[in-house]
Design a protein around this ligand. Structure first.
Ligand SMILES: [Zn+2]
Length: 281
């Protein structure tokens, strides 16, 4: 997920919100939607306000000229007749992609709002800080911004083979690229070397950037790379990796869904190996 075309982000509400403002309202990690299961819709503020659910509002910006707000509902907010609370993943391929991207952005803002009500340093209730999306402690001045957690993904190749692995939580038969969270003090490249060594016991080189993706589960920024095998024997870490194997470029197994950057990374690499027979010079 990314910033959709035609979206102008902002944290400062320009004035009274018009009736067509889109309200991305979350109760815990579920978003309020109407419509059918196959064709869900996001309420505008005239519909939303009529439901009387309240909640803390955070202005997000405008999507094609239409204002968007994230709303943090109370955990015990009722489910009004004709509406339902849906998991974000259940809206994949059903909600138009720009709306899905704003819904994911709204989730991260609401999640931050919900988890930063008190100062992490002194425990005093925080206040929204003027001029930026931040919460400030009135007692000690500590400022907390929405959290974004960087993680790397790397697809390792060895000639015309790809290294794909299965985490124990994956559906049966599904494989993906390696991934892991950046630790304090690391660069992304450090993280790639460490995770590859820890997860499968090999070394890599020729690290090349591919693309990045915001991933709202709950606040990751996934930064994807390719790398070439440099040495070592595959020795999968038993707790994080159920299985890791080299696959020929024309015999890849079942892959993650197309919305994920891992799928794009693998497909782009397969296309490169198919057309060039190896890495570009
Ligand atoms: Zn404080």
């Amino acid at each position: 997920m990314h910033t959709p075309e035609g979206f102008t982000p902002s944290h400062a509400r320009p004035g009274p919100l018009p009736a067509n403002t889109l309200a991305f309202a979350y109760r815990d990690d579920k978003i309020l939607v109407g419509g059918t299961e196959e064709a869900p819709c996001v309420p505008d503020s005239s519909s939303f306000n009529g439901l009387g659910l309240g909640g803390d509002h955070h202005y997000l910006g405008e999507l094609a000229g239409v204002a968007c707000v994230a709303v943090a509902l109370a955990p015990d907010a009722p489910e009004p007749a004709g509406w339902r609370y849906a998991g974000l993943r259940s809206l994949f391929f059903r909600l138009p992609e720009p709306l899905l991207a704003i819904a994911a952005r709204a989730f991260q803002v609401v999640e931050w709002d919900r988890t930063h009500r008190y100062c992490g340093r002194c425990g005093t209730p925080t206040q929204n800080k003027g001029g930026e999306r931040a919460k400030e402690c009135p007692a000690c001045g500590y400022v907390a911004y929405p959290r974004v957690t960087p993680a790397m993904m790397v697809l390792v190749t060895r000639g015309r083979e790809l290294l794909l692995a299965r985490a124990p939580r994956f559906p049966p038969g599904m494989y993906s690229a390696l991934a892991g969270f950046v630790e304090p003090g690391e660069t992304i490249e450090d993280c790639i070397h460490r995770e590859v060594r820890e997860e499968v016991g090999i070394t890599v080189g020729d690290i090349r950037y591919f693309a990045s993706q915001s991933w709202a589960f709950p606040h990751s920024l996934m930064i994807a790379y390719t790398a070439e095998y440099a040495g070592g024997e595959l020795q999968p870490d038993a707790t994080e990796i159920a299985e890791a194997k080299w696959f020929a470029w024309d015999a890849v197994p079942r892959l993650p869904p197309s919305i994920s950057i891992s799928r794009r990374l693998i497909e782009a690499t397969v296309a490169r190996l198919a057309s060039t027979g190896g890495r570009p010079c």
